[in-house]
Design a protein around this ligand. Structure first.
Ligand code: KIV
Length: 258
């Protein structure tokens, strides 16, 4: 069956959607079969490139990483995250950027951050047959306006605005909506009001699915775990231990390669 976001939307209320971020073919081969959706997040700026925010990530880089993930994947739906300023300036720029993610990156859809300001972009992309995932709550591309990654939607006014923007994104044609770091009850209400899928990260158990950052799930950054992350293994520590053993053997002259 053709991989498509619309097949995932058909699962609403039946089976929760599993999404994980992914940045290259090796990672994709490891996780592809077990999940529904691979997100080539602009979080790559932080976990792959070592920056403090996602802002410096370029469209070329997202296309490059998406292509690698697509090569390593045969099962999951691949979503490319449109990076900062690759879609905000105009509808035309959004269409060209998303087009590159599908043509060159082989993505099945794109993700954009924000509500009201990006509605014309979402409408146009959907109109051109490009499935769109929205992203509300903590939107890391707005880090300088937000002033931090703390929860959004805690006041009544903020919660009402998030509900309104969720409905507006659905009306504009988005197929899924990432809710990042919002109160659990708000995520529950939004999920109940929408026909499209909500995918939570730090948004509690009531969303239609969950997304986690690859490095957080597997402990690849041993000394850092965000509050919303759950670590299932200590792959980072395992690698550190293995490299120490390899180095010790090479230095001791006991390493033999077959
Ligand atoms: O860039 C990213 O990885 C994301 C997810 C955390 C949702 O946007």
């Amino acid at each position: 069956m053709q991989r498509a976001i619309r097949h995932l939307v058909a699962q609403k209320g039946k089976s929760p959607i599993v999404m994980v971020t992914c940045y290259d073919a090796t990672m994709a081969r490891l996780v592809d079969e077990a999940v529904d959706c691979l997100l080539v997040g602009d979080s790559l700026g932080m976990v792959i490139q070592g920056d403090e925010s996602t802002l410096a990530v370029t469209l070329d880089q997202v296309v490059y990483h998406t292509r690698m993930v697509a090569r390593g994947s045969t099962h999951a739906v691949v979503i490319a995250d449109l990076p900062f300023m690759s879609y905000q300036p105009s509808v035309e720029e959004a269409v060209r950027s998303a087009g590159r993610c599908l043509k060159e990156g082989l993505a099945h859809g794109v993700k954009v951050e924000g509500g009201t300001p990006v509605l014309p972009q979402v409408r146009a992309l959907v109109g051109y047959g490009i499935p769109v995932v929205g992203h509300l709550g903590v939107t890391p591309q707005s880090i300088h306006a937000l002033g931090g990654y703390g929860k959004k939607g805690k006041t009544e006014a903020e919660a009402a605005r998030l509900m309104e923007e969720s409905l507006a994104l659905q009306e504009a044609g988005a197929s899924m909506l990432v809710l990042e770091n919002v109160p659990h009850e708000l995520a529950k209400s939004i999920t109940a009001r929408l026909d499209i899928l909500t995918i939570g990260i730090g948004a509690g158990p009531h969303c239609d699915g969950q997304v986690q950052v690859f490095h957080d799930l597997f402990g690849l950054m041993p000394d850092y775990t965000p509050r919303h992350a759950k670590r299932y293994t200590e792959a980072g520590r395992t690698i550190q231990q293995a490299i120490r053993q390899y180095a010790e053997e090479v230095r001791a002259g006991t390493f033999i390669s077959k």
